[in-house]
Design a protein around this ligand. Structure first.
Ligand code: AMP
Length: 223
């Protein structure tokens, strides 16, 4: 019996893909592969690809497929992805989904499930505009929903590191990102439904409940 778990988390910006991925990493002991994180890292290191990607990212648009696919190919070939992975923020359009299935067919490791985190659009804007990130540990907070007392400081790192706002969480960029999701990423829902891989969960509730629904949808962690 295979002990791998290869999952795609699908959902609009702000639907909780990053938060739920981190929980899955702990439960399933497989890596989170976030193209947003890989791209932000390339931007921070000022690599050539990072500099090319930054313009699109700051505008809330998709980075060109060739850049993202190159990163995914390299990341999925690392040893820690052999038992599986959680794809967070990838694929983002039909061309990327097709490239992913070609890559996985080549590796002989097809996807197990694609889970759509379904959230009411009205909620997304507030979640994104309220999001703050600890610049030390990367934990995510929300000025509207975090328990009283957490922001303006990270309760793990103390008051030295700042809680920062991602440049693309500014209101004018959020609108563009949601528009891009509707136009380019949402068609993946039907794409994966037709492939028999799609599971839909209500992600409009608290983190623990969403996680319970998620593990029920993909199967209990295997050791
Ligand atoms: P995220 O952290 O997933 O919200 O991604 C932040 C930004 O990185 C997006 O708004 C895009 O500009 C870029 N990005 C992340 N993943 C992809 C992808 N799969 N394809 C193209 N651009 C991406």
């Amino acid at each position: 019996m295979s002990i791998s778990m290869r999952i795609v988390l699908l959902g609009a910006p702000g639907s909780g893909k990053g938060t739920q991925s981190q929980r899955l990493v702990e439960a399933y002991r497989i890596p989170q592969v976030s193209t947003g994180d890989l791209l932000r890292d390339a931007v921070a290191r000022k690599t050539e690809l990072g500099l090319r990607a930054k313009v699109a990212m700051d505008a809330g648009k998709l980075v060109e497929d060739a850049i993202v696919l190159g990163m995914i190919r390299e990341r999925l070939s690392r040893p820690d992805a052999a038992r599986g992975f959680i794809l967070d923020g990838f694929p983002r359009n039909i061309a990327q989904a097709q490239a992913l299935s070609a890559l996985l067919a080549e590796l002989g490791t097809p996807l197990d499930a694609v889970v759509l985190l379904s959230v009411d659009t009205g909620v997304l804007f507030k979640r994104l505009s309220g999001r703050r990130i600890c610049e030390e540990c990367g934990r995510v907070f929300n000025i509207y929903t975090s328990p009283a007392g957490s922001p303006p400081h990270c309760d793990r790192c103390g008051d030295k590191p700042r809680l920062i706002q991602r440049l693309d969480d500014k209101e004018e960029v959020i609108a563009k990102r949601l528009e891009v999701y509707e136009a380019q990423t949402k068609p993946l829902v039907e794409h994966y439904r037709a492939a028999g891989l799609l599971r839909v969960i209500d992600a409009d509730t608290d983190v623990d409940r969403v996680f319970a629904a998620l593990t029920a949808a993909v199967g209990a962690p295997r050791t």
